[in-house]
Design a protein around this ligand. Sequence first.
Ligand code: NAD
Ligand code: UFG
Length: 340
Amino acid sequence: MKKILVTGGLGYIGSHTVVALQSKGFDVVVIDNLSNSELSVLDGIEEISGTRPDFEEIDLRVKEDVVSFFKRNKIDGIIHFAASKAVGESVENPLLYYENNLNTLVYLLQQCQEHSIRNFIFSSSCTVYGEPDTLPITESAPVKEALSPYGNTKQISEEIIRDTCSVDSNLQSISLRYFNPIGAHESAAIGELPKGTPQNLVPYITQTAAGLRKELSVFGDDYHTPDGSCIRDYIHVVDLAEAHVVALQRLIGEKNTSNFEIFNLGTGRGSSVLEVVNAFEKVSGEKLNYKIVDRRAGDVTAVYADTQKANDELGWKTKKTMEEALSSAWSWEKKVRGLK
Ligand code: NAD
Ligand code: UFG
């Protein structure tokens, strides 16, 4: 049985990916420092899969602890989610982001070399495309100057991986550029658990509907889009999780065409903020308090993925709708808040 290390595996996307890996027969070991997650996520994973993954509370910034982990564990592949991800915080504290998102990557790649671990999957983001010149966005679209230190860490990370792969033919890596992950597992046993005030649209919506927030601010209705609000490609986190398993199988089966590949992970469909609000009201039956406010600094007008490459080469495409994602996000929020 292949043993896969999932870093940040108690986080939002990591936990769903652990479940997807377990369902395909992988043995999973999770590293997380609990900086943005709770130990109870292990219970949620076990509730769904019947198997509690091995877990080590390690801060990947501590190199000796990383080295010690790999001395003790024989790992066949790594899916590296662990990172800090708040755009605003990265502007205020760039060094925190450069340390946490880059040092950890370097330490892991060093261990891949040290222990001849071939398979490495990295969490990247469509933020690398900035304001795109054409839509939908293909993987060959230019990487634009980053709008935040967070975005810059994703660009630099891809360069670090590319440079390492170019001199180490034993290493093979896939960088997955996520569009906007939303939703939760259908069991409502795991989901997104933002600490403090949510920065992202869907958790803000569900917390508003649950009564934790007074109203949602819609950031701008004067964009050059059909209803004036920004457009994003919202992908169900369960579909996203499955793409990681498919990417890993591609590497293990040596079906990759080069030892560093990049794939967009999205639905290929753009939805506006107001469409998301309307869809949420429909699936939840709740009236959402919202008001239109000024634009948020740094937001791009519209981004959605060209999914052809992932469809053709990974043999993967999304199965779930935005409505299913919003409905599952709402079930999760209600469960967390103890609402009926
Ligand atoms: P998350 O914060 O829920 O999960 C990240 C996990 O990593 C957390 O459990 C955190 O405790 C852990 N972690 C952070 N630093 C660590 C360290 N030094 N050592 C050990 N563990 C550490 O975030 P997520 O939404 O699941 O995102 C996962 C990855 O996907 C990140 O790399 C993120 O940048 C990327 N990504 C996320 C989105 C999104 O919208 N959620 C979009 C694009 C890319
Ligand atoms: N929005 C609101 N009100 C809110 C929150 C968001 O109107 O309270 C709007 C934003 O202006 C944007 C859309 O909802 O138009 C989506 O915003 P999110 O913050 O949910 O997502 P972003 O597209 O800004 O960015 C997210 C992550 C980034 C990641 C990017 C691409 O926050 O880290 O997706 O994957 F890089």
